[in-house]
Design a protein around this ligand. Structure first.
Ligand SMILES: Cc1cc2nc3c(=O)[nH]c(=O)nc-3n(C[C@H](O)[C@H](O)[C@H](O)COP(=O)(O)OP(=O)(O)OC[C@H]3O[C@@H](n4cnc5c(N)ncnc54)[C@H](O)[C@@H]3O)c2cc1C
Length: 420
């Protein structure tokens, strides 16, 4: 069988592989199997009922929607709770929930407009026949696929335009072009005449679910899951862009509607419920799993030693879950909390700076068997936090090579990251 390489949008490639595999196995079963082959029909008959998952998300009613950031913040951050009753979905702190969003109607309209299509146009989308607008609801309207590049480059009048030039050049130029534009940018700056609805949708990939860290305790709220989500709005290529999932939830879903969701287990980011101390680093929405863990400790009446490093731009606007954190600090569920408000003074201060300041004490926690958890921004924060811990090992732990020590404790499961 040929190898099929899959990325997150694996459905079509997997389906092709599955069909090829079934075909191969059925043609060669005499030589492959010693034992009699169970027919596909009887195997299906014995199968367990399908549970909710990626291919069958649970339509969870939105039970609560609340603004967490204060008016005046540069970042809108929301708290959502999904009602899981009847789903039999179970989760642990450290897991994620995947959410299937819907595209913005204005973006669908802009694409149809750029292509001169109307809602009477019918297409086939992944085996089903539907109106073009419905197909565009199911497709990723941002990422430009290679097929889309080829389609636009081959369209009459585009031979010397940027997409064709980037495609011919390939390599970094092609990647840069694809990263620097969404589909609507491409359509509005290139000729599109002659591109039919079916040809266009065939060059799109499926809209992907978005992952969100659990921010609640399954013991305290077994039928609900809490999520903390930053609403993404930004200016780009001279237009206002909205994050697909975060703006769908913030702007177009209310408490009477449902959110298609499923659980994504994360065995590599599980928390201890024995007496080991826990150091948590979670600025911004990275606080999610730590809110879940502290709520879980409270619900189970456990008293692990806990230390949270939280950060954001401004204390006055961005202190997420302030009431919860203050309550846990007062009751002793949370033993220590250090803040990094990056824009409350002239010099920017981040969680990694606070970690460096607390090096001696952190090393003592480490010697007592502490586990470190880091959640949130993968680009700036996580490498900065890793470097800060490596420096602490050299400065306070007498290690000659802090990076080597860090790799060892990562391998030993004492330094866990869940970053995005
Ligand atoms: C394991 C995991 C856990 C996560 N947990 C959380 C969580 O708890 N809370 C949370 O809020 N998010 C979380 N995320 C991120 C989340 O999955 C989404 O990626 C996020 O909400 C954005 O999705 P969206 O559909 O709103 O935006 P999209 O439409 O997907 O747009 C996001 C993209 O926009 C681009 N972009 C963003 N800002 C700019 C800018 N200023 N200029 C140019 N381009 C820009 C980037 O390419 C970015 O990838 C998690 C991700 C992972 C992988």
């Amino acid at each position: 069988l040929p190898r099929f390489d899959c990325d997150t949008d694996y459905d079509m490639a997997f389906e092709e592989f599955q069909n090829a595999a079934i075909d191969y196995l059925s043609k060669n079963r005499d030589t492959i199997f010693d034992a009699p082959v169970v027919s596909a029909k009887s195997a299906v008959a014995k199968a367990e009922p399908v549970s909710y998952g990626r291919d069958r998300p649970f339509p969870a009613p939105l039970a609560l929607k609340k603004l967490l950031s204060q008016p005046g913040s540069n970042k809108e951050t929301m708290h959502y709770e999904l009602d899981l009753k009847g789903s039999e979905l179970s989760y642990r702190v450290g897991d994620c929930f995947a959410v299937y969003p819907q595209n913005q109607p204005a973006e669908i309209a802009a694409i149809m407009d750029a292509l001169g299509m109307d809602s009477d146009d019918v297409v086939e989308w992944r085996g089903d026949v539907m109106g073009i607008d419905q197909a565009l609801q199911r497709a990723c309207l941002q990422q430009i696929t290679l097929d889309m590049m080829r389609l636009i480059a081959a369209t009459s009048g585009n031979a010397s335009r940027p997409a064709a030039v980037a495609l011919n050049e390939g390599g970094d130029a092609l990647e840069e072009f694809r990263q620097g534009h969404h589909i609507i940018d491409l359509l509005q700056t290139h000729k599109t005449s002659g591109i039919g609805p079916q040809t266009f949708v065939s060059a799109l990939r499926k809209l992907q679910p978005r992952l969100y860290s659990v921010a609640s305790s399954p013991t305290a709220q077994p039928d609900r899951v809490g999520l903390v989500i930053e609403t993404l709005r930004y200016e780009w290529n001279d237009r206002s862009v909205q994050g697909v999932a975060s703006c769908w939830l913030a702007d177009r879903i209310d408490e009477s509607q449902t959110v298609p969701t499923y659980v994504v287990k994360n065995d590599d980011f599980q928390f201890p419920y024995d007496d080991r101390p826990v150091i948590m680093v979670g600025p911004g929405t990275g606080v999610a799993p730590f809110r879940g863990y502290l709520a879980e400790l409270e619900a189970r009446r456990l008293s692990n030693e806990t230390w949270l490093f939280f950060g954001h731009q401004h204390q006055a606007f961005d202190y997420l879950y302030r009431q919860d954190l203050e309550r846990w600090f007062e009751s002793g569920v949370l033993d220590r909390i250090d803040f990094a408000w990056s824009r409350d003074q002239s010099d920017k201060v981040y969680v990694q700076d606070r970690i460096a300041e607390q090096g001696a004490e952190l090393w003592r926690w480490f010697e007592r068997g502490a586990l470190v958890y880091v959640c949130g921004d993968a680009k700036g924060m996580a490498p900065g936090v890793e470097a800060a811990f490596a420096a602490i090992a050299e400065q306070h732990g007498g290690k000659t090579d802090g990076q080597a020590w860090l790799q060892q404790i990562i391998a030993a499961g004492r330094f866990k990251t869940d970053v995005y």
